[in-house]
Design a protein around this ligand. Sequence first.
Ligand code: FES
Length: 215
Amino acid sequence: MSVSAEDRELAGTGANRRDFLVLLAGALSVVGAAAAIWPFIDSMNPASDVIAAGAPIDFDLSPLKPGQQILIMWQSKPIFVVRRTAAYLDTLRKPQDIKLLRDPNSHVNQQPPYAENWHRSIVPEYAVLVGICTHLGCIPHFVPKAGGFLGPSWPGGYFCPCHGSKYDFAGRVWTGVPAPYNLPVPPYHFVDNTTIRIGENPKGSNWEFSSIVQL
Ligand code: FES
C-alpha cells in the first residue's frame, strides 16, 4: 500500500517524500501539535537512489532519548522507531491493558518470528514498527501520555485519528476499533549496539516481509 502525501499531513509531520527523517518528540500532544523536526543530518540519510531501490537502511539510535519516537522512511513506508521507557514497557504487560487488545500474543503474521514476543521487537527498549494503520492506511499518531483526551483507560500508545483505531506501544491493536490487525514489524536487525538495519533480517532468518497479513 502506498502512503499518500495527504496521509503524511494527517500524521502532522508535514513530511514529504524527500523528507525521510522526522523526529516526533514524545511529549507532544496530538491535537494541534507541531511536530519537532529533527535537524537533518546528512550522514544519517541514505542516498535517494538507495531508498528508491528499497535497499536496507541503517539508522543510528544514539540520538534518540528515552520516550522519543523517530519516523524514518523505508521503501516509501513510514517506520516508527521508539525508545521505550520502563513506564511504556510496563503497559505492555499490565493485565488490564492486555485485556484491551485484539491479538496480544501476536498470533497473526504481522511481525517476523524474532519479534513474536511481548514487546514485538528484538530488544524491549526499541520498537520498530511500520506506521500504517491496518484499517485504511492513515499514519497513527504517537500519544505516549496516559489519559488525556483518549480517556482514563488510555495507557499511551498510538492513536489513528482517521477512524479512531488505537494501538499500544508495541503496535498491538485494541479490540472494538476499525483496524483489524497489529501494526506490522519490518525485517530489521542490530548491526552494532546502536545501529539498526531496517529491511534486512538477522542472520539465520529468511522471513519475508511480503508474507504479512496486511500492510
Ligand atoms: S485508517 Fe486508521 S482508523 Fe481508519
